[in-house]
Design a protein around this ligand. Sequence first.
Ligand SMILES: [Zn+2]
Length: 219
Amino acid sequence: MTRTTPAPPVDVTEKFPELVEYARTTVRLHPRPGTPAVRDSHIGGPLLWPAGEAWPTCDAPILDVAGDFNQWRPDSPRPCVLHSERVTEYPYSEELPEDIEAAVDEWDEETRGDYQSLLSIAPGCKIGGWESWHLTDMYELPCTVCGTETEPLLKLASSEWDGGSGPRWQPCEERHLVSNEPQYRDAHEPTALNLGRWGDLTIFVCPMSSEHGFRVTIQ
Ligand SMILES: [Zn+2]
């Protein structure tokens, strides 16, 4: 089934033409509970793995990261089928040059958060795009091998939208659902993951080499 993000209420690049060069295509994964086959795109459920190849194991790094995951039970995402969709994102304002950041923040204050909630960064599980630094403020995540600033690869989220972002990012096909009913929860919290305290976990990778490991942030 298709999941469709509504068009933005305004074209933010008409208000701020400088943002054009910061546009990134993001793939919203739109996981929804189901019974994925091994070759379907999915979260949770069966994993395609070469017969005869050992299951990967990892020592200290995973233990360190697990401490940050708080209530995450890595073996327990509810099996979900993905209904991927490409959307355009613009950066968290702190990622912008100072003069543009100031102008965007001023406009955001006037509009009570339209840029941050409705126009910049998609909530929910996704690949690529920009990170939302709403919990910690932005900080650097350099590659531990070569020092290059890492880039977002995959975000896993505890929910697919919240009260602020829902008016833009809740899919058209699910707007009729009533809060607290099971069908709403299936759309809003499809994976049943609880990352941090109902936060989002993003895995960052080095643009120079896929062999350079990863960094993680929880927002
Ligand atoms: Zn690197």
